[in-house]
Design a protein around this ligand. Structure first.
Ligand code: NDP
Length: 262
């Protein structure tokens, strides 16, 4: 039996949303190393140009597209273009996401809806766009970037926790509804990962001391550190590959053990 072949993504087309930087970029880089053809999107031309240069600097021939994943017409166009230019999307990673840290009583309905739109409705829209051809080919992998907040509540993250909790259940629903077409949909729940999204939590205080949350994370995470985007690569390659063909509707927490501790 050839174990490494079951982890190969050779020749497969992978669409990773919001992969200009951060976790999405690292996952795309890992997929490329496993042999996949990479398509990604972002919202601004400046980010697109910068990301393409970063991929090319790493020798990755990624194709980048402008698309706001909350807009169904743009999403349909994105998937259609990727399928025409690269071939059917065999792996989708719903990575694009935002967080707004605002106490619930001070949050506007518009701010709440924006988070839910990007973190929950967009994965629905992009999954909906790729599923028909996956069903036709009786094969496909969808990976949703969930969160520890799919399981927990915390101060100031009501919209994010509501959306990521919903994304966990969307993941399970896609698995049960489309599993009969041999499509697997799983989630990855990162712990605290050092990316632009979490940069405010690592900023030093005006007196130069570490941010209290930074110390809290290092103290509470059994591994004793923040995660890096690269920590997500192995789990993502596993869930995108045939090695995980009998894994469906699961959330794999990649958190240095903090969820087990809290
Ligand atoms: P970043 O903020 O570093 O990157 C998010 C990416 O999503 C950006 O490229 C951003 O593009 C893109 N994006 C946001 N909204 C849209 C949109 N409407 N259309 C297209 N692209 C969009 O996030 P991370 O890398 O930290 O996180 C990646 C995923 O992992 C997210 O879903 C996040 O919630 C989740 N996660 C992250 C954790 C962490 O500790 N970092 C922990 C748990 C979960 P733009 O530049 O245009 O804004």
């Amino acid at each position: 039996m050839e174990i490494s072949a079951s982890f190969s993504l050779q020749g497969k087309v992978a669409l990773v949303t919001g992969a200009a930087y951060g976790i999405g970029f690292a996952i795309a880089e890992g997929f490329a190393a496993a042999g996949a053809k990479i398509a990604f999107n972002c919202r601004s031309q400046a980010h697109l140009d910068k990301a393409l240069a970063a991929y090319h600097a790493k020798g990755i021939d990624a194709c980048g597209y402008l698309c706001d994943v909350t807009d169904e017409a743009q999403v349909q166009k994105l998937v259609h273009t990727v399928e025409q230019e690269l071939g059917p999307v065999e792996i989708l990673v719903n990575n694009a996401g935002i967080i707004k840290r605002i106490p619930m009583t001070q949050m506007t309905a518009e701010e709440f809806r924006e988070v839910v739109d990007i973190d929950l409705t967009a994965p629905f829209l992009v999954s909906k766009a790729v599923l028909p051809s996956m069903m036709q080919r009786q094969h496909g992998k969808i990976i949703n970037l969930c969160s520890m907040m799919s399981e927990l509540g915390r101060e100031t993250v009501s919209a994010y926790a509501a959306a990521k909790g919903g994304l966990k259940m969307l993941t399970k629903n896609i698995a049960s509804e489309y599993g009969p077409y041999h499509i697997q949909c799983n989630g990855i729940g990162p712990g605290y990962i050092a990316t632009p999204q979490t940069a405010p939590l690592r900023e030093r205080q005006p007196d130069g001391s570490p941010h209290p949350f930074d110390a809290f994370i290092c103290a509470k995470t059994p591994e004793g550190r923040w995660g890096t985007p690269e920590d997500l690569i192995g789990p993502a390659v596993f869930l995108a590959s045939s090695a995980s063909d009998f894994v469906n509707g699961q959330i794999l927490y990649v958190d240095g053990g903090i969820l087990a501790y809290l």
